[in-house]
Structure formats: structure tokens, C-alpha cells
Design a protein around this ligand. Structure first.
Ligand code: GLP
Length: 237
């Protein structure tokens, strides 16, 4: 995995925005895979800025988000739907028809997972996938486990992740315990992957990933199998 070391969070965000911008200038109808969490917020701010200042065009871009809590309403301000419209989609000229986020309010979540995989295939796959990493090495909601799932699926969150997410919810009992998540196979099919990792909390997971040992107990380690995965980090490794 290629590593780009940056001096701080802002430099990581700008570096990632450079990669996205280069792709969109070359391929205005690119398919982007997008992540939530606090890490990509700086990237999304940079993209909004470039849209406003330099006319970076999203009108023909298609997006697929990695995951969404389940069950959750898209109107809930903790949903990933809400997050994406707040931090990116609401401030650029994206066509809402081209935005895909797993449905946290699906009546039949298993059917929604299948439909998501079909939509990914119909779009021709992801050109550039943005990823964050959980403190425990999770990717999207592929948590450390005895086995991982290849395709989009219903995922149980680990106690670690529920605890890490609790800061965003008013009451601990409101923190969702399940999600719909792209699988490691769906993610590894992306033609290029940018993994953003910032802050000391991510050091253990990042160092274990870079050791090159592949284990389902550290889902990020599977990124070592990808031919064009880039880690952009502010950690001194
Ligand atoms: C959540 C998301 C992941 C994200 C992770 C890290 O669990 N499902 O996609 O990478 O959080 O979040 P943060 O960037 O806030 O550390």
C-alpha cells in the first residue's frame, strides 16, 4: 500500500481533495465511493470550496456511500443520509438521482442489500473509494470478526464501535446496534482506494494494517490485497 504522509489533518484533507478533483476533471461522470465519520469532513469541506471557487462540477457524478445505521430514518440527524447532505451533497450541484446510500428505513433490509449490489454493478463499479478506519480496524461496518462478508449486508456493530458512536447520540439507548454496510468484496472492487487516517487513536490499527498480515480480526488489513490503495495520514509512521 502506498503511504502519503501529511503534516496535519488539513493537509490530509487537501491531498485527498486533489485526488478527487483530478479524477473529476478527467472523468466528469466518475463513480465515487464515500465514507462518513469525522475524518472525511475536511475533504468534503475542501470539495465544497473547490465547487464554489473553481466550478468543480458534480452534475454527472454518481456516488455510493459505504454504510448506514439500521434502523434509522434518513431525517434523523445522526443518520448517514443526513450527514452526507449536510457536509457535501447539499452544497454542490449533485443530481440526487445519482446519490446512493443504503436505506436505513428499508422494510426489507435483505432485499435492500441485494438492490444496492445491483445498483453498484449497474453503475459500472466505483472509480475512487474514500475510506476511514475504525479504532479497531473496521472498514465501513465490516467489524473484526471470525469471518467477513463480501457483499452489502446487515452488520452487527461491536461494543467498541457502539461506544465510539455514543458521543453523537443524546442517550446511550439511541445508539444503533446494526447497520447496512458494503462488504469487503464490494469495497475491494473499487478501481482506486484512498484510506484517510488521522490522529493517534488510529495508530494501532494503521500500524497493524501496514504490517501486511491479513486477518479478519483487522478488516483494514484486506486493503493490502488491493493493487491501487493509498493511505493518506498525518501519523508519523
Ligand atoms: C464509522 C463509519 C466508518 C468510519 C469510522 C471512523 O464507524 N462506519 O466508515 O471510517 O466510523 O470514524 P471517524 O472518522 O470518526 O474516526
Amino acid at each position: 500500500m502506498k503511504v502519503i504522509q501529511c503534516k496535519d489533518y488539513d493537509a490530509v484533507s487537501q491531498q485527498a481533495a486533489n485526488e478527487v478533483e483530478a479524477l473529476l476533471r478527467q472523468r466528469p461522470d466518475a463513480v465515487l465511493g464515500l465514507a462518513t465519520g469525522s475524518t472525511p469532513i475536511g475533504l468534503y469541506e475542501a470539495l465544497v470550496e473547490r465547487h464554489r471557487q473553481n466550478g468543480l462540477d458534480f452534475s454527472r457524478v454518481t456516488t455510493f456511500n459505504l454504510d448506514e445505521y439500521y434502523p434509522i430514518s434518513p431525517q434523523n440527524d445522526q443518520s448517514y443520509h443526513f450527514f452526507m447532505w449536510k457536509h457535501l451533497f447539499g452544497s454542490v450541484n449533485i443530481d440526487p438521482q445519482r446519490v446512493h446510500i443504503p436505506k436505513g428505513d428499508a422494510e426489507d433490509p435483505d432485499a435492500a442489500c441485494l438492490a444496492y449490489e445491483e445498483a453498484l454493478a449497474a453503475a459500472g463499479g466505483i472509480d475512487l473509494q474514500i475510506l476511514g478506519i475504525g479504532n479497531n480496524g473496521h472498514i465501513a461496518f465490516n467489524e473484526p470478526a471470525e469471518y467477513l462478508r463480501a457483499a452489502t449486508h446487515r452488520a452487527q456493530l461491536t461494543e467498541d464501535t457502539i461506544e465510539a458512536n455514543a458521543r453523537f447520540f443524546d442517550r446511550p439507548e439511541d445508539v444503533p446496534r446494526e447497520a447496512i454496510s458494503m462488504g469487503m468484496g464490494s469495497i475491494l472492487k473499487a478501481r482506486r482506494i484512498l484510506l484517510l487516517a488521522c490522529g493517534e487513536k488510529k495508530r494501532r490499527a494503521v500500524e497493524e494494517m501496514l504490517s501486511g498480515k491479513i486477518t479478519t480480526q483487522l478488516p483494514a488489513s484486506f486493503l493490502n490485497l488491493h493493487p491501487d490503495a493509498i493511505l493518506i495520514t498525518d501519523l508519523e509512521l
